[in-house]
Design a protein around this ligand. Sequence first.
Ligand SMILES: [Ca+2]
Length: 374
Amino acid sequence: MPDGMIAEGHDALWHEAAGQIPVKERRKVDRISAVAAVVVLVTSARAHGPPPAPAGYVWVVNKAFSDEFDGDRLDKAKWHDHHPYWKGRPPAKFVPGAVSVANGMLRITNGPLGSPDGKFTIAGGAVVSRSAQALYGYYEARMKASRISMSSTFWLTNRPKLEADGARTKQELDINEAVGEGKKHPGRKHFMKSNTHYFHTKGGKRADKAVRGQCRISPPAGEAFHTYGAWWVDANTIRFYHNGKHKFTIRPSTHYDKTPFDRPMYMNLVTETYDWETPPTPEELRDSSRNTTYYDWVRSYTLVKKGRTRGKESAGEAGRSRAPRRLRPDRLSWKLVPELCDPKASTGKGFPIEMLVDHVRVWRGVKQGPLEDE
Ligand SMILES: [Ca+2]
């Protein structure tokens, strides 16, 4: 997904009729279209996006938690290839060697651990965001679970907080915790499994106030890519989405805190073994047709009040995002629409609303591109 992309809600403006484009403008448009075509290729693979933004707001990409995994290695500026705070749950240990990026995918390939380490005999993997500032917003991943009795996960959590009464608290938002081929729980693969945990530890006693949610999915988690999303609306409300459709809403426990989910978190894409599930055998772990979890992309967005996005962007880029005044991007962007709807450039399926977003991207490119020389 292009950086700085702005997504409107689903109220498309496709019927906005564009008038005849003057020749002079047309040249610009043609050149812009070349840029736009590249963007189209990138975004035509979009399976889903955020739900409609509330009136007066737009979704803005949260870059720290978004990645298409299109390179040939993990972006270390954005992610750890291990878990900075957790070795893993025995018998699976998080090993950087399990993590790779290829063919547009982040892959976590589980296997037998080369050298057993105490209780650890299995190599799993963890990709953890460097930023721990994920708060309210939309978080979405397109992924396919492995088909072994380890999990394929997408979740957020934070570090423990010391409360005034001496308790330590932390929260966890599990958007999806799939097991593609369970042994004790073979039916799990048919569900998107989500959860919210409020952990409270005091005087050596640890309590977990969990509120779960789930929905049925088909095909099973390990047999196809699915898009799992969560709209963290506020401290008490999280809406969950499967393939772009709202399926259920969780209101986290308020047993210890009236506003339980109001602290920022970091993101986790990890594979785990559990005490409630039988671990895979070495043979299963060596089977490359089933031992790998695939993440096509992770995309995250935050809501920003309309009219505040431009200032926000230029503030973040020291003014670099401002297009040359004579190009009048606020007008010309609408003239771009018929160009982008050219059947030759389209997939034939019509463009999703996200195309509007790309116009914004195009205009940001204008300043640094060849058009500036005209
Ligand atoms: Ca990808």
